[in-house]
Ligand binder design. Structure first.
Ligand code: ARG
Length: 483
């Protein structure tokens, strides 16, 4: 705090109105610079667009603009090289950069804030930053979908039990099961795209809350910042009070991130179950597991477990943000400074999780260009499990319906057959024909086609069903969509 720069002293940053400096505790309590500094690039990007427009509108001179550009370039280099000195007493990223700019270029730095407030500035910065993060997240979502589709494409004929209530229900293919997650993730990606449209709107020009007296060209700033719709038209926040105060865009992003984490959490739960010795359906590469410090035989699925756990923390961020907004009067309130940490942590958690899952499921391409890692599937264990629990009972009922029985009667008849098979300790497909015929005389030899696992699979070829021909169509659709 040795500089003579006026912004260097918090008590003087605002005006001569203040008769005493902030206490250290209050400074620490109100400062955000140690977390909001990650917005620095967006802050500079926004300042450059604003300054350019101020000059084009004749509000600042060409020389001022050149000075501002030069200063901000220097600051960019200093931040990138780790040389920039962030100061707690300058409260936040905005005041830190502005103070340094003024130190570097003098009065031009002081003119940058003409027609602007930190209220519209921070709203713009967060939106710019989040827009880019959404783009990165959509790419990561695509990568994870690609990994799942790739594994699925090798397992359209791999039969496993499909569950309801975690009880064996009907045979499905492993590919079909994985593609369910691809659907969820594709909706997550779509949702992110929808939200991006609402994030990508410009608050600047709203100033503190009521707009500004300077003849700003808001559309020009929006266009410079890429805040445009598909037709290239500027997307502006249309009410200055709303623009500086609402954080619904951050809340809906976090809600979408929460849904995505919930999808990953469900997948995690399944991976954990499938890896357990009692299932033995899959293995994941050792680098995604850890050992136990006491039980030498253990390989624990830490990565999926952590993803399941981290879902809770993102749910918490959603609750935090939504509660933050509740009860705030218009317009800006300092409460909104609390939007950053939950939002940043949501982005970090989601990105890391998506990245690690794509690797854990699909593997990684090594130096020689081959894929390694990824999940290993034990098709035999899956098939054996599908044979337990009379997974083709519905198929037998459907067979009887095709022979003319009403479905409810067929259901009852099959229940008797299942009871008999259970008491013999065998599957329905292992009951001799004469025994089956004892349940209904219309049963013929061809019944065994529908009692086999693959027969059952093949028979379900409605759109979106598990029959391999249908699953192959879905795989082709996804591959095209993700190309
Ligand atoms: N650091 C503040 C935030 O994140 C910037 C806006 C401050 N505006 C104000 N009027 N105090 O919200």
């Amino acid at each position: 705090m040795t500089s003579s720069n006026s912004l260097d002293r918090k008590s003087q940053a605002w005006s001569a109105l203040f008769s005493e400096p902030m206490s250290e505790l209050v400074q620490r309590y109100t400062a955000s610079v140690f977390f909001d500094q990650r917005l620095w690039r967006a802050d500079i990007q926004g300042s450059l667009a604003h300054a350019e427009m101020l000059q084009a509108q004749g509000i600042i001179s060409a020389q001022d603009l050149a000075d501002i550009q030069r200063g901000l370039k220097q600051i960019t280099q200093d931040i990138e090289s780790g040389q920039f000195e962030w100061k707690l007493e300058l409260e936040d990223v905005h005041l830190n950069i502005e103070a340094r700019l003024t130190q570097l270029v003098g009065d031009a730095g002081k003119r940058l804030h003409t027609g602007r407030s930190r209220n519209d500035q921070v709203a713009t910065d967060v939106r710019l930053w989040l827009r880019d993060e959404i783009d990165a997240i959509r790419e990561l979502l695509k990568n994870l979908q690609r990994a799942l589709v790739e594994v699925a494409s090798q397992h359209t004929e791999t039969v496993m039990p499909g569950f309801t209530h975690l009880q064996v229900a009907q045979p499905i293919s492993f590919a079909h099961h994985l593609l369910a997650y691809v659907e969820m993730l594709s909706r997550d990606e779509e949702r992110m795209g929808d939200i991006r449209n609402r994030v990508n709107r410009l608050p600047l020009g709203s100033a503190a809350l009521a707009g500004t007296t300077y003849p700003l060209d808001r559309a020009r700033v929006a266009k410079t910042l890429g805040m445009v719709n598909a037709q290239g038209e500027a997307q502006l926040c249309q009410n200055s009070l709303d623009a500086v105060s609402d954080r619904d865009f951050a809340i809906e992003f976090t809600a979408a991130a929460t849904l995505c984490m919930v999808h990953i959490s469900r997948l995690s739960e399944e991976l954990i179950v499938w890896m357990s010795q009692n299932f033995g359906f899959i293995r994941i590469a050792d680098r995604f597991t850890t050992g136990s410090s006491i039980m030498p035989q253990k390989k624990n699925p830490d990565v999926p477990e952590l993803a399941r756990g981290k879902t809770g923390r993102v749910v918490g961020h959603l609750m935090g943000l939504i509660t933050l907004m509740k009860g705030q009067p218009l317009a800006y309130n300092k409460d909104n400074q609390e939007d950053k940490e939950p939002l940043f942590d949501t982005v970090d958690t989601l990105k890391d999780t998506l990245r690690i899952f794509a690797e854990m499921i699909g593997g990684q391409t090594n130096a020689s260009g081959t894929k390694e890692g990824g999940i290993t599937v034990n098709a035999q264990a899956m098939e054996d499990a599908a044979k337990k629990g009379f997974a083709t009972a519905t198929d037998l009922a459907d067979y009887l319906v095709k022979k003319g029985l009403p479905f409810r009667d067929a259901h009852e008849t099959v229940a008797h057959a299942v009871k008999a098979a259970a008491s013999h300790g065998c599957d329905l497909s292992e009951l001799p024909l004469n025994v089956l015929q004892g349940f209904h005389p219309s049963i013929e030899k061809d019944v065994y086609d529908c009692l086999s696992l693959h027969g059952s699979l093949n028979a379900r070829h409605t759109i979106g069903g598990t029959a391999p021909d249908q699953v192959l169509l879905q795989i082709a659709r996804h591959q095209q969509r993700l190309a």
